[in-house]
Structures are given as C-alpha cells and as structure tokens.
Write a protein that binds this ligand. Structure first.
Ligand code: FA5
Length: 349
C-alpha cells in the first residue's frame, strides 16, 4: 500500500504521545537524554518516519514537515518538564531531611590584619598620643622629591646607599618616606607634627633587607624645636612600642652621629637592647644597643627649598623601618616571612 501523508502524520503524533510515557519512569538526566536521542537523533524514530517523505507527492510534504516540527517541540517540552520535576524532587528531599536547629554552628575561620598592618596602626596610635597627625605621599615619586630637594643631587654618593628603581627618567619608586616631609612642608605651614607610614622600594635583598618594605617617617616643625625634643619623642615611642617585650622596664635611646644629606646634625637612632637589658646578647651583637633608624635636625637649605623661614622655624625628622621594629618585638628572624603569605606564620599574630 502506498504511504500517505495522513499515515505519516499519524505516526508522528503517536511518537509524540508515547514519548512522555516513555521517560516517566526515568530518574536521571543521562537516561532521559538517551531516550530523547532515540526519538530525535539521526537514527531515531522520528527520522525513520521522515525518510518516507520522499515518496509523497511534493504538495503534501509541507504538512508532514509541520507535524514533525510539532513532535520535536512536544518532545523537548516533555524533557524539560521531566528534568524540572526531578530537580524539584531533589530539593524537596533536601528540605525534608531532618535539621537539628539546636546544634551549635561550625566555626568559620576568620581572617585578621597582617602583622605589618597591625604594627603600622599601633605606631600611628603611639605618635597620635603626642599630637602627631598622619600624612601620606605617592609611592611613585619624582626624583626631585626623593633626592634633589633633600640635598641629594645626581652625583651624590648617598644615592648609592639607596639603590633605586627607576620608572622613567625623572620618576622613581620612592626609596624612603622622606619625600612626604617635603610634600607636607609644601602644603602645610608650620607648626606641624606628622608621621608618614608607607611602602618604599630599594634594590636590596637578604634576611634583613627586602626590595619592598615599610618605613615610618616623622617630622616636627615649630619654633624652638631642639635635638632634645627629638630624643624625647623617640624615648616615648620605644618605651610604648616595646613595653610588652620588656614588661615595662625602661628602654634608653642613644643618638649616634651619622650622615643624611637633608639633616644637620644627622644621627643614627639606637635603642638599648630589650632582650638583654643592655648586657650584650646575640641580637645586639654584644653591644647592648640596637639600631632602629635615622634622624636629625632638618637642614636649613631643605627648608629653603619649600619656602620655610629657617630663622624662625627649626625641626627634626626621623625615619625607621617597620619590618625591623616588628622583627625585634616578635622575634621574626627573616624579613621574607612577612611577604610569603604562609598562614602558619601569619596566624601567630
Ligand atoms: C633613611 O631611609 C632615611 N630617610 C631616614 C631618615 C629620615 C634620616 C629622616 C634622617 C631624617 P636608612 O636608609 O638608614 O635611612 O633607612 C631607615 C631604616 O629603614 C633602616 O634603619 C632600616 O630599619 C630600614 N631599612 C632600610 N633598608 C631596608 C630594606 N631593604 N629592608 C627592610 N628595611 C630596611
């Protein structure tokens, strides 16, 4: 008997009707997709019916094509509905599972501030207690602010002490926080007391030196500021910062003549060793003193650079390494521990 379009349409409609029943017992996506392929795939039952299309008079073919499209839609819809029903079933089962609301919660491991951040905030607080405000400056800095205006011209040997990363011709990664002194003096008239904590960069790398580290700069400009004021501020600082280590026993500060081009006189700051109370130990190399930074009275020429009257105003500045201060207080023996992100180290603080 010749195939008619009515036969083919009936077969297609039957397939569409069968499909939903065929997948009703299937309980996972993989078998549902396999069933879908059995109907709609290249060798599937719908394709088998469509192979007969060629035997029909051309005028009847579009009707069968339409019926085939309808079947495909019916099957796709049935797949979607079945998968949706399975997902809803899973959700309901999850919700139905007994939940004991009285059980204590699982502890969530909280983070905390990095040791260097903790120390930086603490330093700022200690200086704030005696009237210092916080100032900031850019890490990518001009050569002028970093060196020239601090009396360190291009051929000055002091540039060798701070091996520099250059970003462009006259632009550097600041090698110290001292440029913030200048920026503050440019924007604020005296009297002024600031601390400037921040990241600095040098071509340096060993157990106590890192190419990126943090310093805290201090600057006081006022009438009648003297070296004894500098020493008083430093004494306040070391005794507050290291109090936990020394159990409150007083630490001393010693200013040793040194050279920084932008201060006169320049000094190296030493504090008495908190570990051996000055008796001499491995940490202080037997000397009883530990170096913590540089300082000095601001050179009148440097004041002149930013238009401050050095007949009327005097000032002091200091700069200390934050990593080094934290190493001393917390017994950290390699500067790299700060930057490696190892939780076994970080979680101790
Ligand atoms: C200076 O940087 C001067 N700007 C300090 C200063 C400020 C002097 C104001 C006078 C007036 P110095 O290069 O010594 O000085 O560095 C200060 C401190 O930074 C050092 O004592 C040390 O604690 C720390 N430091 C220096 N280089 C490194 C480094 N590569 N890694 C870690 N800490 C460092």
């Amino acid at each position: 008997m010749p195939t008619t379009s009515t036969d083919l349409i009936a077969q297609l409609e039957r397939l569409g009707g069968e499909f939903a029943a065929a997948i009703a017992p299937l309980a996972d996506e993989q078998s549902i997709r396999a069933a879908q392929a059995q109907y709609l795939g290249k060798k599937g039952q719908v394709s088998d019916v469509m192979k007969e299309l060629g035997r029909l008079p051309p005028a009847e073919r579009p009707l069968v094509g339409q019926a085939a499209n309808k079947v495909k839609d019916t099957i796709a819809l049935a797949v979607e509905e079945r998968l949706g029903a399975l997902a809803a079933g899973r959700r309901a089962a999850d919700l139905a599972r007994a939940v004991d609301l009285t059980l204590p919660g699982r502890p969530v491991g909280g983070g905390h501030l990095h040791l260097l951040t903790q120390v930086r905030l603490e330093l700022v607080e200690i200086f704030a207690e005696i009237g210092f405000a916080v100032a900031e400056g850019p890490q990518v800095e001009t050569d002028w602010h970093t060196f020239e205006a601090l009396a360190i011209p291009k051929d000055h040997p002091a540039r060798d002490m701070q091996d520099t990363f250059y970003v462009a011709d006259e632009i550097v990664l600041r090698t110290h926080t001292s440029p913030v002194q200048l920026r503050t003096r440019q924007t604020h008239t005296p009297p002024r007391r600031i601390v400037a904590p921040g990241v600095v960069y040098r071509r340096d790398d060993d157990a106590t030196h890192s190419p990126m580290f943090t310093q805290i700069e201090g600057l006081v400009v006022d009438e009648g500021v003297r070296v004894s004021d500098l020493k008083g501020v430093l004494l306040h600082f070391v005794n507050r910062f290291y109090a936990r280590l020394t159990g409150g026993a007083g630490l001393d500060v010693r200013l040793r003549p040194s050279y920084f081009p932008f201060v006169e006189p320049g000094v190296e700051i030493d504090m008495s060793c908190g570990f051996c109370r000055g008796a001499g130990c491995r940490l202080c190399k037997g000397s009883g003193w530990i170096e913590i930074g540089g300082a000095g009275m601001v050179d009148p020429d440097v004041f002149a650079q930013v238009g401050i009257d050095s007949e009327r105003y005097t000032g002091f500045a200091f700069g200390m390494g934050i990593e080094r201060m934290a190493m001393l207080r917390h017994g950290v023996n390699d500067i790299k521990y700060y930057y490696e992100g190892d939780l076994r180290f970080l979680d101790q603080f």
